[in-house]
Design a binder for this molecule. Structure first.
Ligand SMILES: NC(=O)c1ccc[n+]([C@@H]2O[C@H](COP(=O)([O-])OP(=O)(O)OC[C@H]3O[C@@H](n4cnc5c(N)ncnc54)[C@H](OP(=O)(O)O)[C@@H]3O)[C@@H](O)[C@H]2O)c1
Length: 244
């Protein structure tokens, strides 16, 4: 597919690399310009382009920029074809984004993003840590393959992105409509806990919308209070223990 990745950081860079390695035609664009995109991201054939040229004529646009900055890319997204699938990987952390009143008051993060962009979106690749996505992908059918939830209102767009999630080395889980995507956001049992398909289904079902923001903020305060940032494995273990 003709895919553009906006934001060439940890998540966007990795997706550009994996999706081009899987045979897709991938463009990648970042706020800091094409020269800021690393050689590693481009090694499998992705091409770095200027932001302004990133959306026109593309079938899928993956936004991998910090949550809260979606308004900055609304004009760019508007240049994508009307039928293009727009994917958002973002997660709301008030201590990074600053407080966003509507989300603090209970609006589902993905619905807030879609509103800022003026387009329907698909939520995917948000509920796995960067290190999980970079190092733990496996071929389809491998035992222990980690699952990633995909939520969208359009069943067609959701299926398209589920196929792409599979191409990045993970089982794709149909997480239903966007209004339910709070179940895969920070502070929930499905978030960054490296679960397989069956475990993920249970985790999404047991999520508690009212508790999630408090859990999200408490876990971040805990990680920040440690003498050094925990290892990837310790982060996943702490996330899992929170909901066991
Ligand atoms: N890191 C994780 O473990 C993880 C896991 C799952 C989901 N996510 C989510 O995925 C998103 C990306 O995370 P990340 O860790 O990849 O962040 P990151 O490493 O900080 O990368 C974000 C990239 O987006 C660029 N950017 C910012 N505003 C932009 C704009 N208006 N147009 C184009 N590019 C822009 C940034 O450039 P500048 O540096 O110049 O601002 C940066 O290169 C976030 O919403 C995050 O919550 C992260």
């Amino acid at each position: 597919m003709k895919i553009s990745v906006i934001g060439a950081g940890a998540i966007g860079g990795n997706l550009a690399r994996l999706l081009s390695a899987a045979g897709h035609d991938v463009l990648v664009a970042d706020a800091r310009g094409p020269e800021a995109v690393s050689a590693e991201v481009l090694a499998a054939g992705a091409r770095a382009v200027e932001l302004a040229a990133a959306a026109e004529g593309r079938e899928v646009i993956i936004l991998s920029i910090p949550f809260g900055r979606q308004p900055e890319v609304a004009d760019l997204v508007a240049t994508a074809p009307r039928e293009a699938v727009i994917v958002d990987t973002g997660n709301y952390y008030p201590f990074i984004a600053g407080n966003i009143r509507a989300v603090d008051d209970g609006q589902v993060e993905s619905l807030w993003s879609a509103e800022q962009l003026g387009r329907p979106i698909v939520k995917a690749w948000n509920a796995a840590l960067a290190a999980t996505q970079q190092t733990k992908g496996l071929p389809a059918g491998s035992p222990g393959r980690i699952a990633i939830p995909v939520a969208a209102d359009s069943a067609e767009a959701r299926s398209t992105v589920m196929r792409l999630v599979e191409d990045t080395g993970f089982d794709a889980f149909d997480a239903g409509v966007l209004a339910d995507s709070w179940r895969q956001q920070p502070g929930t049992p499905a978030y960054c806990t490296e679960l397989n398909l069956e475990q993920l289904a249970r985790a999404l079902a047991m999520a508690d919308k009212d508790k999630a923001p408090e859990t999200r903020d408490r876990l971040m305060r805990h990680f920040a209070s440690l003498p050094e940032w925990p290892s990837h494995e310790d982060t996943v273990a702490t996330n899992r223990a929170e909901h066991s």
